[in-house]
Design a protein around this ligand. Structure first.
Ligand code: T4K
Length: 427
């Protein structure tokens, strides 16, 4: 459903904006009939995938380091410009294995502003996460804060290339080398981001190929590194430590990528340029649509480096916008738009960390502020630039009617409202 009537509405901030005539929370029709999601899978060529599945079926080789997963590893290493790639069943297991293989123990510095898997991967191995604050521009670790957090118990830094931002890598690498620390990157968001042609600025990096990522393998992950010995040990560790038919050389687990997952991953990789191109068009439509909306800003990416544009990261300044981020996310659910509050609250406010480290927030002022402002908007192959234009126009309309929207949200009992707003989050 396309709602086309336009009018000029005062935003209450002295600016006039062109807006749709009504918004769903005030009784108008929703902007979209079908849900728009953050993380709708980028589906590659169906027939090519089915052909690969026929191969898997006919060969009878379903898993255990088969030809598809080996080929997937080769392609990922090549695109990343790294010597070794070890494909895994998901990024979380990849992180746990890399943390262990790198010999991280004791305390490890990590951002709190991340998906909870980053921190769980440490804690589940008995490592104490030392939460460190982030740079407000990139949402990645603040290198000065990291420097100040290092103690004699620190054995490593687990950075996160959040939203595909890789800019802190070089400085963190220099710091890690200066202090004799291991440096691992959770690059779940950062496949095909940053410079591929330069030497690794870390000991290892872990990608996610989960269904919601730029490149997907249903579930999947990969560890990349230039370190031959680390790669050799990780190869043993993803396969219970087996080195041969019945010889176990290392402690290990089952971290392997299956052949159907690799078949999807390879087919998805073939669509990489198309997916990134599509995301980039959407991103540019977001730049145009968000410009001029008071209080809403869009994180821009370094155009001198590769980027996958898989995350559209906005921040809402409540004072200028007239609504809180949570109110805007809630109002968008009635438009059938599933904008997300990634990552709110910070990991230090989630269990078990909130109970274990109740004072952590005191040293995380940027994390505390940013996690209340960030809203991720939908992109990917299922979203068109026309959708983006309609969505940003609807956001402008919602914000232009701040006081009415706020009052209507207080009365609203719609099941689509998010749980954090008293709804059921149904879609
Ligand atoms: N480190 C970082 C920084 C991460 O962001 C992640 C994962 C990891 C580590 C761990 O990687 P993996 O072990 O997963 O490989 C989603 C993903 O499940 C998670 O992989 C991802 N980060 C995180 C940012 O997003 P949820 O809980 O938000 O997912 P969910 O179920 O709400 O799905 C998101 C939206 O996508 C929904 O609106 C529905 C849609 N969707 C989802 C799936 C799975 C579909 O349309 N189809 C689908 O198949 O965590």
């Amino acid at each position: 459903m396309v709602h086309t009537m336009k009018s000029v509405v005062s935003s209450g901030t002295g600016l006039n904006m062109t807006c749709d005539d009504s918004v769903a929370i005030l009784g108008g029709p929703p902007a979209f009939d079908d849900w728009l999601h953050v993380g709708r899978p980028n589906m590659p060529d169906r027939q090519v995938f089915m052909r690969r599945m026929d191969e898997v079926w006919d060969s009878g080789r379903l898993t255990n380091l088969g030809p598809m997963s080996c080929e997937f590893e080769r392609r990922v290493a090549e695109i990343s410009g790294r010597k070794h790639c070890i494909a895994t069943c998901n990024a979380t297991v990849g992180l746990e294995l890399a943390i262990d293989a790198l010999g991280m123990r004791g305390d490890v510095i990590v951002p709190s502003f991340t998906f909870i898997a980053t921190v769980h991967a440490l804690w589940r191995q008995g490592i104490r996460p030392v939460f460190c604050d982030i740079d407000p521009k990139t949402h990645c670790l603040d290198v000065n804060a990291v420097r100040g957090a290092i103690t004699s118990r620190t054995t490593g830094i687990l950075g996160v290339s959040l939203w595909g931002n890789t800019s802190a890598g070089q400085e963190l690498f220099a710091l890690a080398r200066e202090r004799g620390l291991k440096l691992l990157f959770d690059s779940a968001h950062a496949f095909a981001c940053g410079d591929a042609g330069i030497p690794a600025m870390n000991d290892a990096e872990v990608f996610s190929f989960h269904a919601t990522k730029c490149i997907q393998a249903f579930e999947g992950g990969a560890i990349i590194t230039d370190d031959d010995d680390l790669a050799r040990r990780l190869r043993l560790m993803i396969n219970f430590g087996f080195d041969g038919e019945d010889r176990v050389e290392h402690l290990g687990t089952n971290g392997k990528m299956s052949e159907p997952a690799a078949a999807m991953g390879l087919t998805s990789l073939e669509a990489l340029d198309r997916i990134i191109g599509h995301n980039r068009w959407n991103f540019e439509a977001y730049i145009d649509g968000i410009e001029g909306i008071p209080g809403l800003s869009l994180m821009r990416y370094n155009t001198n480096q590769r980027h996958n544009f898989q995350y559209v990261v906005t921040e809402l300044d409540e004072e200028r916008a007239g609504l809180t981020r949570d109110e805007l996310v809630a109002a968008l659910r009635l438009e059938n738009v599933m904008a997300r509050r990634y990552f709110c609250p910070g990991a230090h406010r989630m269990r078990p960390y909130a109970q274990l480290f109740p004072q952590a927030g005191l040293s995380l002022p940027v994390t505390e502020a940013v996690s209340k402002r960030v809203m991720i908007l939908p992109t990917g192959m299922s979203i068109s630039t026309a959708d983006v234009t309609r969505l940003t126009s609807r956001i402008a309309s919602i914000l232009a009617r701040g006081p009415q929207v706020r009052a209507a949200l207080k009365e609203c009992r719609d099941d689509r409202l998010p749980e954090f707003f008293g709804g059921k989050g149904s879609f």
